[in-house]
Design a protein around this ligand. Structure first.
Ligand SMILES: CC(C)(COP(=O)(O)OP(=O)(O)OC[C@H]1O[C@@H](n2cnc3c(N)ncnc32)[C@H](O)[C@@H]1OP(=O)(O)O)[C@@H](O)C(=O)NCCC(=O)NCCS
Length: 168
């Protein structure tokens, strides 16, 4: 099995592989489906390809039954890793794919010498449930940092988790 979860929902149809520039089309398929346009959080292909060129940046693509289902984008500088984006298409949610991607990001960050994995998320995003379940704790808040399409503003919450090899 490639990918899968540690919570009993291992899935032999799930494959998580490193995504390179040549995988940008399936990644953008997921991006277009996964992110609510109301929040303007999706990146375009040029943004993804641009950051992929930088040192310490990597991307993962999750396919389920061969179909693009999810992706994650992350980077590491020295021993501080950051999850930049994670998305799972609505039709594939709540089957452990987001958890499996996050666990693979943690493993890769640790393998690259990371001591902590950080992320920032809009307050109220249901992804917070996933992050808390996966061991992240809040480390800070930037009030009103995000602005939705309707002009509403949202706090940005900073979260992080340690990358102990025994728990990553
Ligand atoms: C966040 C996201 C990646 C989760 O993907 P997923 O594949 O559904 O996640 P999982 O199935 O691994 O969820 C694991 C657990 O996290 C929690 N969780 C995940 N999504 C949740 C939701 N919408 N509401 C409540 N809890 C949720 C649950 O505890 C879930 O376990 P359960 O299904 O057994 O209850 C997905 O909802 C998504 O793409 N959201 C839009 C993009 C986004 O906002 N990304 C984060 C910012 S970059």
């Amino acid at each position: 099995m490639s990918g899968g979860t540690d919570d009993g929902r291992a899935d032999s149809d799930l494959a998580i592989t490193p995504a390179l520039a040549g995988d940008i089309d399936p990644v953008m398929t997921v991006m277009a489906d996964a992110f609510d346009p109301a929040f303007g959080e999706a990146w375009n292909a040029a943004q993804c390809l641009g950051i992929l060129n930088l040192p310490g940046v990597w991307m993962l693509l999750a396919r389920h039954g061969g179909q693009p289902a999810g992706f994650a984008l992350a980077r590491i500088v020295l021993d501080e890793a950051e999850l930049l984006l994670i998305g799972v298409r609505p039709a594939f949610r709540r089957h452990g794919i987001g958890s499996a991607l996050l666990d693979r990001v943690k493993q890769e960050a640790q393998a690259r010498g990371g001591a902590r994995l950080h992320l920032e998320v809009r307050d109220g995003n249901p992804a917070l449930h996933l992050y808390h379940q996966r061991g992240f704790a809040r480390t800070g808040c930037r009030p009103g940092y995000y602005r939705g399409a309707d002009g509403r503003s949202f706090d940005a919450l900073s979260l992080s988790t340690g990358l102990d090899p025994a728990t990553a």
